[in-house]
Write a protein of this length. Structure first.
Length: 429
């Protein structure tokens, strides 16, 4: 970490192991020289505005009581209400939720959505609990963070291991406590409850649109392009299908059950069926198995990490031979790995733009909920594609103008927008 970032570390993080928040601070340090007259305000981005840590006690199915640690972090509310998902994972930490909340501020601003950034999480493995227990955990957590969320304050959404059903329970708990029906308090809800058509596929569709933009700039034809994807859920699965439909060869998929490979391109519709039946890609007919090392070493035109953060590090970055790396997940590439891969001439399309399709359709959902007037899926996809292309163009033009990476360019665009809003609002009191 640079000296300035170390001095910005809050006292509640371990200085010897500050976690993902330290990565975010380094990214902000890289941007500071390009902020012009707004540079003196950069300190506001280096601290979350508000952090809430809650105890989530519930009764388990066997009658005993258990406690879980829950978080909601609001990094910035300068441009609008907080926005960002809630993840359920046994490795969730405060530092991680802080970093993810800051990346939401950057993401919303990079795509020019009228939102700030927030994130939530509960530290537990949902696969170890029944649906009834997960419902009780979700409802108690929602009740504990009730005071700081709301359609005009902070709007949660799905993230790792959370889905439309969890959002329905969050919406219901918030509404019951408020004494009304507030569909706009969360996004990513079921369509039967004010959810938006196209929301589930939105992140994967956005990844596809952004990858097409990057490929066009690099002179790569999508038809016939070799693509490898880590993750085959909402994001990786949707992107794989769209690439397959466009005539690309998706040669390898890596999910939690294994890695499948077909040199001439996987049959993606058949693989999606296989996953539907078995829960993962392992053992799909007509595929061969690869090791993780072999997966990362595959020569490709486009590589898409669309699973968890911290997947590409200084330990596997050397193996990677791809022309474009599109970050479908949040924070999949460490800064050290980013430097190694960029030095080879690979274009890295950063998460804050590449995976912004989800929050973009969350924005559409929030707007539709306010007007109680719902758009067609075609309209949604059309608007999504236009916003993603505009975000890519803004980032790419700043990258050329300053001779910086796409990541730094996205941060320049986003930090400038956030700090401009902060500046015109002025410092209270
Ligand atoms: N969890 C998603 C993300 O990281 C979506 C957040 C949202 O829709 O608010 O972008």
């Amino acid at each position: 970490m640079s000296a300035s970032s170390v001095s910005d570390l809050p006292s509640y993080l371990n200085p010897h192991d500050p976690g993902p928040w330290a990565i975010y601070l380094q990214q902000v340090d890289r941007v500071a020289p390009y902020l012009g007259s707004l540079a003196p305000l950069v300190g506001i981005l280096k601290r979350p505005k508000r952090i809430l840590v809650v105890d989530v006690p519930i009764r388990l199915d066997d009658g005993t009581m258990a406690h879980f640690e829950g978080y909601r972090v609001q990094h910035s509310l300068s441009r609008g209400p907080g926005k960002g998902g809630v993840r359920f994972h046994q490795d969730v930490t405060l530092s991680e939720v802080m970093a993810l909340s800051a990346w939401m501020s950057i993401k919303s601003a990079a795509v020019n959505l009228p939102f700030g950034g927030a994130k939530g999480g509960i530290r537990f493995d949902p696969h170890q609990y029944s649906q009834a227990e997960i419902e009780r955990i979700t409802r108690r957590y929602t009740s504990e963070i009730h005071d700081i969320i709301g359609p005009h304050k902070d709007i949660p959404a799905p993230d790792v291991n959370t889905n439309a059903q969890i959002m329905a329970w969050m919406m219901d708990t918030y509404s019951m406590n408020e004494g009304g029906t507030n569909t706009g308090v969360v996004t990513g809800k079921p369509v039967s409850l004010g959810g938006s058509l196209g929301r589930i596929q939105a992140t994967g569709r956005g990844v596809y649109v952004i990858a097409c933009e990057a490929a066009r700039e690099s002179g790569i034809e999508i038809k016939g392009a070799r693509i490898a994807i880590q993750g085959f859920g909402n994001v990786g699965g949707t992107a794989a299908r769209l690439f397959h439909d466009a005539g690309a060869h998706v040669v390898a998929i890596y999910d939690h059950t294994g890695i499948v490979h077909a040199e001439r391109g996987l049959n993606i519709p058949a693989l999606l069926d296989h996953v539907q039946k078995t829960g993962g890609v392992a053992g799909a007919a007509g595929t061969e198995t690869l090791s993780a090392q072999e997966f990362w070493s595959l020569p490709t035109d486009i590589l898409i990490p669309a699973a968890l953060e911290g997947q590409i590090t200084e330990h596997n970055a050397d193996l990677i031979h791809t022309r474009i790396l599109v970050e479908g997940a949040n924070g999949p590439t460490t800064p050290e790995a980013d430097d190694i891969i960029s030095a080879k001439g690979t274009v890295i399309v950063p998460d804050v733009v590449a995976n912004a399709g989800g929050v973009t359709v969350s924005y559409f959902e929030w707007v539709q909920d306010f007007s109680s007037f719902f758009w067609t899926e075609q309209e949604i996809n059309h608007r999504l594609e236009a916003m993603m292309r505009a975000a890519y163009a803004a980032m790419s033009s700043v990258a050329r103008q300053h001779g910086v990476s796409l990541r730094t360019a996205a941060f320049i665009v986003a930090c400038t927008r956030i700090l401009e809003a902060h500046h015109v609002r002025g410092l209270y009191p």
